[in-house]
Design a protein around this ligand. Structure first.
Ligand SMILES: [Zn+2]
Ligand SMILES: [Zn+2]
Length: 347
């Protein structure tokens, strides 16, 4: 079968090659991959700037597919059947299951953890075999493409649910309108809070998508000042809560400076190791800063429920689809400013 493989370290070194089709072990489930999203992590692995990969390794961790085989000793407590539309919790592919983090559902910090697409083989290929514990049915109303968003949505649910109690009276700033910023904006609108989404000039299309998912105002900070727009459009001066989703130090600084006194900031974007940010206002305005990484098992469950409810327009975020043979074009497109989520359809 064909697979998109990071062959060796360094920039590029990604090739579509023939690999043996995996054999379904007795305790595994075999899935025909139908849709796999390109994530920032895949781009970082391509560029050689993601430090945690075993090579050679098949890329891709945001995916959905169809069950084609069920191993003989699978317990099957979820009543999975051949032909079921499913998604896979990819980041817990290898975990110890017994450390304090695994026990609390926060497997992301398990010292033995290896995730699909970097630690172990991922889904930019035709078939994958995984432990039954990682396989979850998608409801009929969800397309394969939407199902592949379960993983990034889980990260967003953790960011929105696990740190600050968000109420309809809260004003929220979401800085960075990529997949994560747009999903967080959708979740905040489901809680009826006021949502301001900011991006720079190259994000025009993404800010437009933000409007279509119902945010209150989108601000291109390349052209307009947040403070002025806030007062003009919403009669607000500052925000109760900020979600920094771009990972840029300038965005984090702007979030800190646009928070109300005693406000909270949730840092979602991965900041570069050389980011310098003035934290003076953290003390002067008595701010609370949180960091969020990946998601817990609990957030994954909520993500499936939200997709099933049909309340979240995940489809609006899927801007481009490609076949596996067209992976180079797909990777190129996912770096361009007119795309949000780019999907590869191997089958
Ligand atoms: Zn991802
Ligand atoms: Zn563990």
């Amino acid at each position: 079968m064909k697979a998109l493989v990071k062959i060796k370290k360094g920039f590029g070194n990604v090739e579509l090659i023939d690999v043996p089709e995996p054999q379904c072990k007795q305790d595994e489930i075999k899935i025909k991959v139908k849709a796999v999203g390109i994530c920032g992590t895949d781009l970082h692995i391509y560029e050689g700037s993601f430090p945690y990969f075993n090579i050679p390794v098949i890329l891709g961790h945001e995916f959905s597919g169809e069950i084609v085989e069920i191993g003989k000793i699978v317990k099957n407590e979820k009543n999975l059947c051949i032909g079921n539309k499913v998604t896979v919790l990819p980041s817990a592919a290898i975990i110890c299951g017994s450390c304090e983090y695994c026990k609390s559902g926060n497997f992301i910090f398990c010292p033995e953890r290896k995730g699909m697409g970097h630690g172990t083989n991922g889904a930019m290929t035709e078939y994958v075999c995984v432990r039954e514990e990682l396989v979850y049915k998608l409801s009929d109303n969800i397309s394969f493409e939407e199902g592949s968003l379960t993983e990034p949505l889980s990260c967003c649910i953790q960011a929105v649910d696990d740190f600050v109690n968000i109420s309809p009276t809260d004003s929220c700033l979401v800085s960075g309108p990529g997949t994560i910023g747009l999903l967080i904006s959708s979740l905040l609108k489901m809680r009826n809070s006021t949502v301001v989404l900011t991006g720079i000039s190259k994000d025009k299309k993404r800010l437009e998508i933000g409007k279509s998912i119902g945010i209150d105002i989108a601000i291109n900070i390349g052209e307009k000042r947040i403070e002025k727009e806030l007062i003009k459009e919403l009669r607000l001066e500052r925000f109760d809560i900020c979600f920094e989703c771009s990972g840029a130090a300038s965005s984090l600084t702007s979030c800190i400076n646009n928070l109300k006194k005693m406000g909270s900031l949730i840092q979602v974007g991965l900041l570069g190791s050389d980011s310098l940010v003035n934290l003076g206002n953290v003390v002067l305005h008595q701010l609370t800063l949180y960091g969020t990484l990946g998601f817990s098992w609990q957030s994954w469950g909520k993500s499936l429920e939200i997709l099933k409810s049909g309340k979240l327009r995940a489809d609006l975020l899927i801007t481009h689809k490609y076949k596996l043979d067209e992976w180079e074009e797909a990777f190129r497109k996912s770096r361009e400013d007119d795309s949000v989520k780019v999907i590869i359809e191997p089958a």
